[in-house]
Write a protein that binds this ligand. Structure first.
Ligand code: FE
Length: 168
């Protein structure tokens, strides 16, 4: 067999072994490279967002508990992504969880948020991202008190509240 063929086969073998031995790595890599409809460079996001919004939305930061402007908001309306404007949550699904962050028992529509595993800080959690721009919103827990059993724990910094006109 030619030398080039052996090299090709060796590469295939190494790639296959990597997939078998480290499936998590390749899966995570695929998620990280996921393309979202709204694409902006890091410089563009920095220009568009406040420093705190950028830290939360683009660097997966977390605002201090009970510090966000929407934690106790009870007005009727919709919560949009502070980065791209996509509708994410509705006031009807908001509840007081006592955790210190705005909490919702469901997303506004199917497909408005995406979920992915987050193993940072020594914890196993589910990260919630905007499906339109990939912005970090918060985390999802399955200890909600309502029928859905879900608690979307979301940073106020990631949201922009749009009050519903009472006449509507
Ligand atoms: Fe977004």
């Amino acid at each position: 067999m030619k030398k080039t063929n052996w090299m090709f086969l060796t590469h295939i073998l190494i790639y296959t072994l990597t997939l078998i031995l480290f499936p998590g790595c390749t899966e995570k890599e695929a998620t990280m490279k996921q393309q979202f409809p709204v694409q902006k460079s890091d410089a563009e996001w920095k220009k568009k967002l406040t420093p705190e919004q950028y830290r939360v939305l683009r660097q997966a930061g977390t605002e201090r508990p009970f510090s966000g402007i929407y934690t106790d908001n009870e007005k009727p309306g919709v919560y949009r992504c502070a980065a791209c404007g996509a509708e994410l949550f509705r006031s009807e699904s908001k509840f007081h969880s006592g955790c210190g962050w705005p909490s919702f028992d469901s997303a506004a529509k199917t497909g408005t948020v995406i979920l992915r595993p987050d193993n940072s800080l020594g914890m196993t959690r589910t990260e919630v991202l905007c499906a339109n721009c990939g912005g970090h919103l918060g985390h999802l827990f399955d200890d909600g008190p309502t029928a859905t059993g879900m608690r979307y724990c979301i940073n106020s910094e990631s949201l922009k509240f749009e009050k519903k006109d009472p006449a509507e």
